[in-house]
Design a protein around this ligand. Structure first.
Ligand SMILES: Cc1cc2nc3c(=O)[nH]c(=O)nc-3n(C[C@H](O)[C@H](O)[C@H](O)COP(=O)(O)OP(=O)(O)OC[C@H]3O[C@@H](n4cnc5c(N)ncnc54)[C@H](O)[C@@H]3O)c2cc1C
Length: 346
């Protein structure tokens, strides 16, 4: 079998890169072993404002200009809804926070997202004595359904093998590579935290951050916006809300823990006081990088090997932009921005 590209891993990074390949009529084969599930468990939220400090997220507006049409195209391709715009209400904890919010509204990069009105609505079960600041042009992508549909689509076209990629079987030959029965021109590694097992790129400084989430059933909580306080509370419909997420820099497993659940319920109790039942508890590992920027580029010695990783906490917004940048770098020789290029660590 001969293809232009082998892709290892089909999370958000792998999906975005294969879409670039399809657009450019390149052939490819994906390997996916279900060893990581960051993109499957993700809240899927996109939000261009850092809600701790009220500052703009790095390159967010530019990324959204590429990301939103990208997900809309997928909605058309599969005739299904994956994109759910939703406003975010940030609970203020003090008058000082209110003041900081209104000062930030003057920032030209933030004014199209942040409302200058103090929201003082009362909502049963939500403790918000100092009111809320409202963000618009924000939303959620249902990454789980999208990836399930995309994996099925690839399976039906025999473009994916549900097996683990064995690094020791990869042979680098002149002008390309061989892997078992396949000859390819290039390979792109999109393994998320699985990068740790990749002998070609595992020296890159990934700082994995485990996250846990719960879904609750709360019939008395009647909100149709995303609440952000110590955690996010994301309405899913049918009285279900996704609550997240924890950050754990030590535990490298993907297993939900009692400790994670206790942290979530304690924090939730600080701003929500309605009865609820936990119906799901999940966990995954965010592929985060020391400097909070993606890991994109070619291997320093083997230019047919490339990496697309380090999407961190914002894979939904970043993935389409960095996939496009990597494609243009590999096929058209366009330099990568210094901030995302792995050259910064070599
Ligand atoms: C709890 C939690 C909440 C999050 N919430 C949000 C959010 O609200 N918004 C947002 O934008 N981001 C969020 N994120 C971050 C987001 O999920 C990540 O940025 C993104 O999913 C990373 O995508 P990826 O494709 O790089 O990695 P992954 O999703 O981990 O995909 C890598 C894939 O590679 C496969 N793989 C690995 N090694 C091999 C191998 N050797 N052979 C074959 N296959 C292999 C894995 O099985 C996996 O499918 C969250 C993450 C977590 C954990």
């Amino acid at each position: 079998m001969q293809v232009d590209y082998i892709i290892v891993g089909l999370g958000l990074a792998g999906l975005a890169f294969t879409k670039e390949l399809e657009k450019n009529k390149k052939s490819y084969l994906v390997f996916e072993d279900y060893s990581q599930n960051s993109s499957i468990v993700a809240g899927g939220i996109y939000n261009p404002v850092v809600l701790k400090r009220f500052t703009p997220v790095w390159n967010a507006s530019e990324q959204l200009e590429i990301a939103l049409p990208f997900y809309e195209d997928l909605e058309i391709q599969f005739n299904k809804k994956y994109h759910f715009p939703i406003a975010i209400y940030r609970i203020f904890k003090s008058v000082e926070e209110q003041n900081n919010w209104f000062a930030a509204c003057d920032n030209p990069g933030l004014s199209k997202y942040m409302s200058t009105k103090l929201i003082n609505e009362k909502h049963e079960g939500v403790l918000a004595d100092f009111g809320y600041g409202k963000l618009s042009n924000t939303g959620r992508i249902d990454t789980k359904t999208l990836l399930e549909d995309y994996r099925d689509y690839l399976l039906n076209r025999e473009l994916i093998r549900n097996e683990s990629f064995q690094y020791s079987e990869l042979k680098i030959i002149e002008n390309g590579l061989e892997y078992k029965d396949i000859k390819a021109s290039k390979i792109v590694f999109c393994e998320g935290f699985g990068l740790k097992n990749n002998p070609y790129f595992n020296e890159l400084p990934m700082q994995e951050a485990k996250g846990e989430l719960i879904t609750i059933h709360a019939p008395n909580l009647n909100v149709d916006f995303l609440i952000k306080s110590a955690l996010f509370v994301l309405p899913l419909g049918d009285n279900l809300y996704k609550i997240g997420a924890t950050f754990n820099w030590k535990d490298k497993t993907q297993l939900p823990t009692e400790e994670g659940k206790n942290e979530l319920t304690t924090k939730l109790g600080s701003f929500i006081n309605v009865p609820y039942k936990i119906v799901e508890h999940i966990a995954g590992i965010r592929p985060t990088v020391k400097d909070r920027r993606p890991l994109v580029g070619k291997h320093s010695k083997y230019p047919n090997l490339a990496v697309l990783n380090g999407l961190g906490t914002r894979g939904v917004m970043i993935a389409p932009t960095v996939a496009k940048a990597l494609y243009n770098h590999l096929e058209n020789g366009i330099e990568l921005e210094k901030e995302i290029s792995i050259a910064r660590f070599l």
